[in-house]
Design a protein around this ligand. Structure first.
Ligand SMILES: *[C@@H]1O[C@H](CO)[C@@H](O)[C@H](O)[C@H]1NC(C)=O
Ligand SMILES: *[C@@H]1O[C@H](CO)[C@@H](O)[C@H](O)[C@H]1NC(C)=O
Ligand SMILES: *[C@@H]1O[C@H](CO)[C@@H](O)[C@H](O)[C@H]1NC(C)=O
Ligand SMILES: *[C@@H]1O[C@H](CO)[C@@H](O)[C@H](O)[C@H]1NC(C)=O
Length: 473
């Protein structure tokens, strides 16, 4: 919406040529013409003064702070004020404020949470990063009353890495209906429960509440955030079960609930999260079987679930999640054997199954996984001859760990780096020789096929890291 035209611009609108000339001169001369609404300017200066003492903000602002904005201040004309007729009237407004990390304004020792920022009529994004850091002046996380927020156009609120910010998540967050990205992360003192009302933020695309001290259960109303693409609640103290309604978040690509105190099982509804690429549930108190149908998560690349007392056999179905790159299930009370189906996971780079109760042979198919980079099977009850050839052992190098499996042995001392396994006796080798010969033939055939279409390993890891970074954003 455009600001009301000033009297002078209304007169000019009847003379388009003059208007054009005026616009051109505005562009060159800047400050004099489209000065910010004085009330908005005053609101901005009060926010600046509440947070930062880097400069004399009134002096820096002049009549129109948007004519030469400092780093951390972004101005935009109000949307909808376009067209030549409205051009002269379109005032600039504060659209984004960044505080904390230079070149943005740094926060003073006595900075308070800038509630006044929510009165800026066109503010779309507010960032407070590494802002509240003074251990002797704990700042309170506060927001204006709901009535003051209902007309807010804020789309992104980011409150990150503020060790001296304290309080609970203000329930008024639920009144900022325009929010698309809400990040309240790495504020160790922010505690209490997640306001149930957050389920009303229907425009939310990303919700990141990681690394705080939040408690209570995960509100099942979060299942109403149907547009959510990323949900990160990791590294808090959430307890109780994972709400099955999270299975309604069918747009979700990244779900991280790791490092909490969650109990119960993985909800069966998770098989509906068909867009998931990253699922992390590690370091909780989760138990029992994974829902059958997980292999329907065709895009899942990361399944990270270590340190849960699952106490079940390692499910063969995991071998059917074709795109898996990382499978982490260490220290999860898993029993049974390593399924042969794991040899189908041709994108796998990391398989971490250490410290479980796995028994039986290592499937020879694992050595056909040409992208495998990290394989940890240590501290289990695996036995028999290790079915890996020299090429596979060299591919993994020090990232292979088979130690702590007393029944395992390797057939050939020459090709063995330090994987924590002894050399087999003649008896072991004789018993296994026919099977080993068979697998090495298969291995050669598959290697030939894979080599033709193979990515250089040097490219795969940066690509995986880049993907990870995108997901985190
Ligand atoms: C809320 O709005 C009222 C009325 O516009 C105003 O007087 C008050 O200062 C506002 N409160 C905050 C914290 O912005
Ligand atoms: C998890 O719960 C247990 C028992 O209720 C408690 O002792 C422990 O501190 C909790 N852990 C976290 C990270 O909150
Ligand atoms: C393996 O199983 C035994 C008993 O069956 C149990 O005592 C032990 O804790 C289990 N180990 C792990 C790592 O789950
Ligand atoms: C394998 O896991 C164990 C923990 O059980 C750890 O100590 C070891 O460093 C890991 N090995 C590799 C190669 O990552």
């Amino acid at each position: 919406m455009a600001a009301p035209p000033s009297p002078s611009s209304r007169a000019l609108a009847t003379a388009p040529c003059l208007l054009l000339l005026l616009l051109l001169s505005l562009h060159a001369a800047g400050p004099a013409a489209a000065a910010m609404d004085p009330a908005e300017r005053e609101a901005l200066l009060r926010v600046m003064e509440a947070v930062s003492s880097d400069r004399d903000w009134r002096e820096a602002a002049g009549d129109d702070p948007c004519s030469s904005p400092w780093p951390g201040l972004e101005c935009k004309p109000a949307p909808g004020g376009s067209g030549v007729g409205a051009g002269a009237a379109a005032r600039m407004h504060v659209a984004r404020l960044d505080f904390g990390v230079p070149p943005n304004p740094t926060c003073k020792d006595t900075a308070t949470f800038p509630v006044g920022a929510f009165a800026l009529p066109e503010l779309r994004a507010l960032f407070l990063v590494e802002c509240f850091k003074n251990p002797d002046a704990i700042a309170a996380f506060t927001l204006p009353p709901p009535a003051n927020l209902s007309s807010s156009r804020l789309q992104q609120l980011s409150v990150r890495s503020n060790p001296s910010l304290s309080g609970t998540l203000p329930p008024q967050l639920a009144s900022i209906g325009s929010l698309q990205v809400l990040t309240v992360s790495q504020n160790a003192l922010v505690r209490g429960e997640v306001p149930r009302g957050l389920g009303a933020l229907k425009s939310l695309v990303h919700l990141d509440l990681s690394y705080n001290s939040l408690t209570g259960t995960i509100p099942s109303r979060l299942g109403e955030l149907r547009g959510l693409v990323g949900l990160d609640l990791s590294y808090n103290s959430f307890s109780g079960p994972i709400p099955s309604r999270l299975g309604e978040l069918t747009q979700l690509q990244k779900l991280d609930l790791s490092s909490n105190n969650l109990t119960g099982g993985v909800p069966g509804t998770f098989t509906r999260l068909k867009s998931l690429t990253f699922l992390a549930l590690g370091n909780n108190g989760l138990r029992g079987r994974l829902p059958s149908g997980l292999s329907e998560l065709r895009d899942l690349q990361y399944l990270i679930m270590e340190n849960n007392p699952m106490g079940v056999p390692l499910p063969a179905e995991l071998g059917n999640i074709a795109r898996l790159q990382e499978l982490r299930l260490a220290n999860s009370g898993l029993s049974g054997s390593i399924p042969e189906t794991f040899g189908l996971l041709s994108s796998l780079t990391t398989l971490s199954l250490e410290n479980n109760n796995l028994t039986g042979r290592i499937p020879a198919g694992l050595s056909r996984l040409k992208r495998m980079y990290h394989l940890n099977l240590s501290k289990n009850g695996l036995d028999g001859v290790v079915p890996f050839d020299g090429a596979f052992l060299r591919q993994l190098g020090r990232n292979l760990d088979l130690s702590g499996n007393p029944g395992l042995c390797v057939a050939d001392r020459a090709v063995v780096p330090d994987v924590g396994v002894g050399v087999c006796s003649a008896g072991d080798v004789a018993r296994e020789s026919s099977a080993a010969a068979e697998s090495s033939v298969v291995g050669r055939v598959v290697r030939g096929e894979v080599a033709r279409g193979r990515w250089p390993a040097a490219l795969i890891r940066p690509a995986a890291v880049a993907l990870c970074c995108c997901l985190l954003l």
